[in-house]
Design a protein around this ligand. Structure first.
Ligand SMILES: *Cc1c(COP(=O)(O)O)cnc(C)c1O
Length: 365
C-alpha cells in the first residue's frame, strides 16, 4: 500500500468474540479504560515499504523482541477520542481529523514516521464498525478509542527507529465521574514540572505522562484529585493538569486559558470550548495566568470558576486549589454556572441533540 492509497482495512474477524450476554454484563458499569472490545486496528511501517498491511484483527497480546526500541528510548505517541451513540440512533466520532493532525505533529516531534491522516481516521472508522456493539447505551457512555504508535525496530543504537507499529484499541466507558459530576481539588506542583520550553510538552507522548506521575501521586497523597503544573522556566504560570487543559472564568464573564506556547498540549476539547464560547458571545482570551494572581482573584471574587477539560472527562469543575500548606476555594467550591453551561453545550453537540454548526461530528453510519 502506498502512503496515499485509500484507507482500506483488511478485516479478520475475531474467531471467538465475547458473547452478547457477557458483553451486556460488562457494559453495565464499565468504568474507564477497563472494558475492551473484540478487535484492534494495526498498520505497520518500515523505511523500505512505508505504511502497509492495514488490518482489523482480534485483540490479542503483542509479541515483541526485548530489544524493541520503544522499550528503551520511549519513542511512543498516542491519541484519545470517543465514538458516541447519537440521539437519532446513529454513531459518530467527534473531530477525528483533529486527532489525526495532532498525531502527525506528535510523530514529527518524536522523530517517528507520520501516519497519513486518512489511515488514522480509516483505522478508527473500521474499528468502530467492527465493535459497534460495544458502544454503551447508558447516559454519558461512549466508546473510547486509543490510537497509538510504538518504535518497533530491534536495535539498541540510539537513533529514530526504522520500523513503527501503529495500533488502535477501543474501550467501552461509562460517565467519567461515577455518581454524577462533582468539583475536583487540585494540587499545585512546586517541585516538579511537566514540560520545558523546547521539550515535548505539545506532543501527546507517553513520556510526558511518565514525567507527571510522581507529581500526580503527590497530589493524591495530599488528598487532592489531580495535579496542576506551573511553567518550568519561571515556576509561575499555570500551564495544565497532567492530562487536561485548564480554564478560568471571571466575574465579568471573561473566559481565559493559557496560550499554546509549545509546553501545553493543544487539547481538542480546549479548542472546541473556545469556539463555542466565542459563538455564545463570551469574551475569550488565551493569555498567561500566574498562580499568585489566581489565588488573589479567587479570594477577591474577581475569579468565580475554574475547570479542566479533555476528551475523557469532557469538562470538570475545579472546586479547590491546594498549594503547600495553604489553599483556596474557587467560587462556592462546587460546579459553576458557566462551567456547567459550556459542558452542556459541548455534550449536546457530541450527542447530536444540538446543531453541529462547525461540522465536528463525523458520522459512521
Ligand atoms: C490529551 C491531553 C489533553 C486534552 O486533550 P483533548 O484533545 O481535549 O482530549 C490535555 N493535556 C494533556 C497533557 C493531554 O495529554
Amino acid at each position: 500500500m502506498s502512503t496515499d492509497a485509500p484507507a482500506s482495512f483488511r478485516h479478520q474477524p475475531h474467531p471467538t468474540p465475547v458473547a452478547a450476554a457477557e458483553r451486556a454484563e460488562r457494559l453495565i458499569d464499565p468504568g474507564f479504560g477497563q472494558v475492551f472490545t473484540d478487535h484492534m486496528a494495526m498498520v505497520d511501517f518500515t523505511d523500505e515499504a512505508g505504511w502497509h498491511d492495514a488490518r482489523i484483527v482480534a485483540r490479542a497480546p503483542l509479541t515483541m523482541d526485548p530489544a524493541s526500541s520503544v522499550l528503551h528510548y520511549a519513542q511512543e505517541i498516542f491519541e484519545g477520542l470517543k465514538a458516541y451513540r447519537l440521539a437519532d440512533g446513529g454513531t459518530a466520532l467527534f473531530r477525528p481529523q483533529a486527532n489525526a493532525t495532532r498525531f502527525r505533529n506528535s510523530a514529527r516531534r518524536m522523530a517517528m514516521a507520520e501516519l497519513p491522516e486518512e489511515l488514522f481516521v480509516g483505522s478508527i472508522e473500521a474499528l468502530v464498525r467492527a465493535d459497534a456493539a460495544w458502544i454503551p447505551e447508558s447516559e454519558g457512555g461512549a466508546l473510547y478509542l486509543r490510537p497509538f504508535m510504538i518504535a518497533s525496530e530491534v536495535f539498541l543504537g540510539v537513533k529514530p527507529s526504522a520500523r513503527y507499529t501503529y495500533m488502535a484499541i477501543a474501550s467501552s466507558v461509562g460517565a467519567y465521574w461515577k455518581g454524577g459530576a462533582r468539583a475536583i481539588s487540585i494540587w499545585v506542583s512546586r517541585e516538579h514540572t511537566r514540560a520545558a520550553p523546547g521539550g515535548t510538552g505539545a506532543a501527546k507522548c507517553g513520556g510526558n505522562y511518565a514525567a507527571s506521575l510522581l507529581a500526580q501521586s503527590e497530589a493524591i497523597r495530599q488528598g487532592c484529585d489531580q495535579v496542576v503544573f506551573l511553567d518550568a522556566a519561571e515556576r509561575r504560570w499555570v500551564e495544565e493538569l497532567g492530562g487536561m487543559n485548564v480554564f478560568f472564568v471571571f466575574a465579568d464573564g471573561t473566559l481565559r486559558t493559557p496560550p499554546l506556547t509549545g509546553t501545553i498540549l493543544p487539547g481538542i476539547t480546549r479548542d472546541s470550548l473556545l469556539t463555542i464560547a466565542r459563538a455564545q458571545g463570551l469574551r475569550v482570551e488565551e493569555v498567561p495566568y500566574s498562580i499568585d494572581q489566581w489565588r488573589s482573584d479567587a479570594e477577591s471574587g474577581v475569579l468565580t470558576e475554574a475547570f479542566a477539560c479533555g476528551t475523557a472527562a469532557v469538562v470538570t469543575a475545579i472546586g479547590r486549589v491546594a498549594d503547600g500548606d495553604a489553599g483556596f476555594a474557587i467560587g462556592s467550591g462546587g460546579i459553576g454556572q458557566i462551567t456547567r453551561a459550556l459542558h452542556d453545550s459541548l455534550v449536546s453537540i457530541q450527542r447530536g441533540t444540538a446543531p453541529d454548526r462547525q461540522g465536528w461530528l463525523h458520522r459512521i453510519d
